[in-house]
Design a protein around this ligand. Structure first.
Ligand code: SF4
Ligand code: SF4
Length: 172
């Protein structure tokens, strides 16, 4: 059927397209409007800094005053990036850390060393600015100078060697 020389179906399609177009704009503007009243999440770095959550795994640090040189962190580290030497100081029950090095170049930030530490000496910091121009800067040293008269002990105890078997005389 025609009305004013235009097919009814064409008129219906014309108004349907207008409605669809308007609805699309309204749907899009709904999303825009929602974020218009929300607080922005972007920060003007480096002038502004993000709030870092408590369990963030930033660069590692060790408080050598707390460390008891139990070597658990060294033994559990899957990439062997921690090395420790400790010394026994005369008159002190606790060993003193002579060398405590973490090679952050190799660290995979698994957190095993932090979990296993009985003294909470090794911890992740919230520091996320790790960019350096020399990789040596990512080898972190935490030791303090050891007092004179300190007696060094090996970092890793050598396993005892098996006793030598007595040599048997070969038959002539
Ligand atoms: S976080 Fe994992 S890889 Fe890094 S030092 Fe600790 S145990 Fe090793
Ligand atoms: S596990 Fe903790 S206390 Fe033990 S050697 Fe490592 S940092 Fe020190």
């Amino acid at each position: 059927m025609d009305a004013f020389g235009v097919k009814i179906t064409d008129m219906f399609k014309f108004f349907s397209d207008i409605f669809t177009g308007l609805w699309t704009v309204v749907t899009g503007m709904k999303v825009t409007g929602k974020y218009l009243i929300k607080k922005p999440v972007t920060v003007q770095y480096p002038e502004q800094k993000c709030v870092i959550p408590d369990r963030y795994r930033g660069i590692l640090m060790c408080d050598t005053d707390k460390c008891i040189a139990c070597m658990q962190c060294v033994n559990i580290c899957p990439v062997s990036c921690i090395s420790i030497d400790s010394v026994k100081v005369e008159g002190q029950k606790k060993k003193q850390i002579n060398k405590f090095v973490i090679d952050v170049n190799r660290c995979i930030f698994c957190g095993l060393c932090v979990e296993v530490c009985p003294a909470s000496a090794i911890q992740f910091t919230k520091d996320y600015e790790h960019s350096v121009t020399d990789r040596k800067e990512l080898i972190l040293h935490f030791e303090k100078p050891v007092a004179a008269g300190a007696q060094a002990v090996p970092a890793v105890q050598e396993p005892p060697k098996p006793a030598e078997e007595p040599k048997t005389q070969e038959a002539k």
